[in-house]
Write a protein that binds this ligand. Structure first.
Ligand code: NOJ
Length: 750
């Protein structure tokens, strides 16, 4: 017999998937705010100071396959839970384990307060979805919502309450390994993805089945690390902070995110963990955030290395008073906060407020009603890798693929070629496609590229495989076999890129080239003269200028997760018409970094034909592939771009309409992109800024009008006194298939 809970969760998932469209904030919490506050206050009143501080302490359980930071499980963790002095643990999963830990907390501890269980559920749980940078390439917030929904369902079924996601850091430097975890370089696209993920994880009611609480991170500007080196200094203006780095956080907060994680980095001299302007003034006072802030791993203790705290006690004081409520792994709060209160250095009311925030969240999650929520091993078993989840993952993976080049329509390949060569160190690799931060994703459940191709071809087609070389060593021993196979084949699918651990936290690179001997393999395979399809698997844009000039077809596959091979085969053989677009510019070489589309014009805009302009002597001005770019197996034509009014006031909105037609022979999806430029303003403005996009399906010959509304909010910016407002003047309104191909109209604002 089917477990009754299974039916419940099937229904819950189906109904929550169906409700993906809504953009509104969380509204439907079962318990009203006032009644939660009353309950929280009554608990607070009976806690000792030590027990209160315990609620602010979080530790890594270290029960998962891999630790996510430098440290090991504390030997006294279970005793501490039993004593009621641990608020939250992470890196512990499994319905059974969580039930046992929770039992200790709620039946054996004097406080009886349930634990909050966190985990980095970044792109799927057991069913691994594409890495976030790949999902952002779909430009499809509804699909991203569904992906987060499945991740939440599986994680919740495994006892998890809280994910340290979405990672919403804007990244303009692909050397930074964590670019893979975010949505790329653009604040508008990043905000759309942030909102979709928060809603997908949390749904409208955190206490409903199969939800987990979101934690947008890393607040803030972590992606601005100098030199693209992780944990490094960030030195940006308040304008850049507010215009580039904060919008995805604001969107996540507006979508109802229950928590936020502060970042490791400093900004202009103040580490985020102790940054009151960020954590209190902006997040809480300006934005009305009601959840709690967790530190990053050890980031409270690191205030000493930053050089703004002389002791761990000092670090605790600076962090709690700035607005960091929970201490992840520094043990600074537990060791020092009570003494700081007793000494009169930190008011107890500050502790009380932080504890209130933590307890409120536990209430909102329904943990006081049912501390064992979803800790049922049967349901867990039924949910993990559920066939519905695999189908959604395959769909998400196909949508995440970006077709970068397709000379002479080499793609899609026929399924009945006599001999197809599948070559490269990533072709049969079942581990790398999981990407970094793959929670419980398992390599043996990954459909490799080779598996997917073999499964898809006609019965008469032979598929040959040769590894060619390893990912990052210089050996060429495997070349001969690979080249022999390529010469015999009718077409070659060549899978190159980076290993799974070459991006993610603490995995920055100073080069964007294909590592090891892969470039040499690529050139040798292309020299055979056979048609070559290059499939890239990577966690960051790679500088593939040679490939762009010499390989007829290039497919950007990022890391696509469990369904990698099936999704790539769908695209390679044309069962799915690629619809992904780049969420980030692809540099020609690392020396061009940072290169991003929404840059400023400068006083001497780059002009390669003229000296004394802003350019390199040895490179074109443009990136190799621009932001928003991606090909399809069909073509789209744009015409009839018009504004509903040529002149508006500063408080008006205007409609922008364009007609888009599928001018090719296959059904496909186009991502119609809207950009604006404020032509003359009191402060310099970017040459273009994304302010809208729409992904639309079109059958051959079909055309559709796409309508955007530009509101005052889209036109506004921070003026010289940091007031957010619309200034009169002209705006160039641009619409097109990507940032480097647009048509424009002029809008006058009076
Ligand atoms: C450090 C990472 O910066 C953060 O993103 C992650 O959530 C924590 N470790 C916990 O694993």
């Amino acid at each position: 017999m089917r477990h009754p809970g299974f039916l419940l969760c099937g229904v819950a998932l189906a109904s929550s998937l169906a409700s993906s469209g809504g953009q509104s904030a969380v509204t439907g919490d079962m318990q009203s705010e006032a009644s939660i506050n009353r309950s929280v206050d009554s608990i607070l009143a009976r806690l000792t100071l030590e027990q209160k501080v315990g609620q602010l302490a979080q530790y890594s359980g270290g029960w998962t396959d891999s630790m996510t930071g430098p440290g090991q499980r504390r030997p006294d963790l279970i005793d501490r839970i039993r004593a009621g002095t641990v608020g939250s643990i992470f890196n512990a999963t499994g319905a059974q384990l969580i039930r046992q830990l929770q039992e200790i907390a709620v039946t054996q501890s004097p406080t009886k307060i349930p634990l909050l269980i966190g985990l980095d559920v970044i792109h799927g749980f057991r069913t691994t979805f594409p890495v976030p940078l790949a999902e952002a390439s779909s430009w499809d917030p509804d699909a991203v919502y569904r992906s987060a929904r499945v991740a939440a369902t599986e994680a919740a079924a495994s006892g998890i309450h809280w994910t340290f996601a979405p990672m919403v850091d804007i990244a303009r430097d692909p050397r930074w390994g964590r670019i893979v975890e975010g949505s790329g370089e653009d604040p508008y696209l990043g905000a759309a993805m942030a909102s979709a993920r928060v809603r997908g994880f949390q749904t409208a009611d955190l206490a409903s089945p199969f939800t987990i609480m979101a934690c947008p991170k890393h607040f803030a500007a972590y992606g601005g690390a100098e030199g693209g080196r992780d944990y490094n200094t960030v030195d940006i203006t308040e304008r850049t902070l507010r215009e580039v780095y904060l919008p995805p956080f604001k969107a996540a907060v507006d979508a109802g995110a229950g928590t936020t994680m502060c970042s490791f980095n400093e900004i202009g001299g103040i580490p985020s963990t102790a940054n009151r302007q960020l954590l209190t003034d902006i997040l809480r006072t300006e934005w009305g955030f009601r959840g709690f802030v967790v530190s990053d791993w050890g980031s409270i203790g690191e205030l000493q290395q930053h050089g703004i705290a002389g002791t761990l006690a000092d670090a605790a004081r600076l962090s709690i008073t700035a607005g960091t409520d929970m201490d992840m792994e520094s043990d600074a709060y537990w060791r020092h906060l009570a003494d700081l209160v007793k000494a009169g250095t930190v008011p107890e009311s500050v502790i009380d407020e932080a504890v209130r925030r933590v307890l409120r969240v536990k209430y909102r999650l329904g943990l006081f009603d049912n501390p064992y929520r979803w800790t049922d091993a049967d349901i867990e078993k039924a949910m993990l890798l559920h066939p519905d989840h695999l189908a959604i993952a395959r769909d998400m993976a196909r949508k995440s693929i970006v077709l970068l080049k397709n000379e002479n329509q080499l793609l899609p390949l026929r399924k009945d070629l006599p001999l197809l060569a599948v070559i490269g160190p990533l072709a049969a690799d079942n581990d790398s496609p999981l990407g970094p931060w793959a929670a419980h994703g398992r390599a043996d459940e990954v459909v490799t590229l080779l598996d997917g191709i073999t499964e898809a071809v006609a019965r008469t087609t032979r598929v040959g495989y040769a590894r060619g070389c390893s990912i990052d060593t210089s050996g060429t021993e495997g070349f001969a076999a690979a080249l022999g196979l390529a010469r015999r084949a009718d077409a070659v699918i060549l899978a190159l890129g980076e290993g799974r651990d070459m991006s993610g936290e603490a995995s920055c690179r100073s080069s964007l080239d294909l590592p090891g001997s892969q470039q040499a393999l690529l050139e040798a395979v292309v020299q055979t003269g056979k048609p070559v399809v290059l499939v890239l698997m990577n966690g960051r844009p790679l500088s593939i200028a040679w490939a762009a000039g010499h390989v007829p077809a290039i497919v950007e596959g990022w890391y696509l997760g469990t369904q990698t091979g099936n999704a790539l085969a769908d695209v390679i053989f044309g069962d799915y018409n690629p619809s992904g677009r780049l969420p980030v510019s692809v540099p020609r070489t690392v020396g061009q970094v940072p290169v991003y589309y929404n840059h400023k014009n400068t006083g001497r805009p780059g002009d390669t034909a003229n000296n004394y302009t802003s350019k390199y002597l040895d490179l074109p001005l443009t990136p190799l592939y621009p932001f928003g770019f991606g090909l399809s197996y069909t073509t789209f034509a744009y015409d009839d771009l018009r504004l509903s009014a040529a002149t508006i006031s500063t408080t008006d909105s205007v409609h922008v309409t364009v007609r888009v037609r599928n001018a090719g022979k296959r059904a496909g999806e186009e991502v119609v992109q809207l950009y604006i430029r404020d032509d003359v303003a009191s402060v310099t403005r970017p040459v273009m800024e994304l302010k809208g996009f729409r992904k639309i399906p079109l059958t051959p010959g079909q055309s559709r009008e796409v309508d955007f509304v530009i509101t005052p909010d889209h036109l506004a910016f921070y003026d010289q006194t940091m007031q957010y407002r619309v200034e009169p003047g002209t705006f160039t309104i641009m619409v097109g298939p990507h940032s480097a191909q647009v048509q424009s109209r002029i809008l006058t604002v009076r």
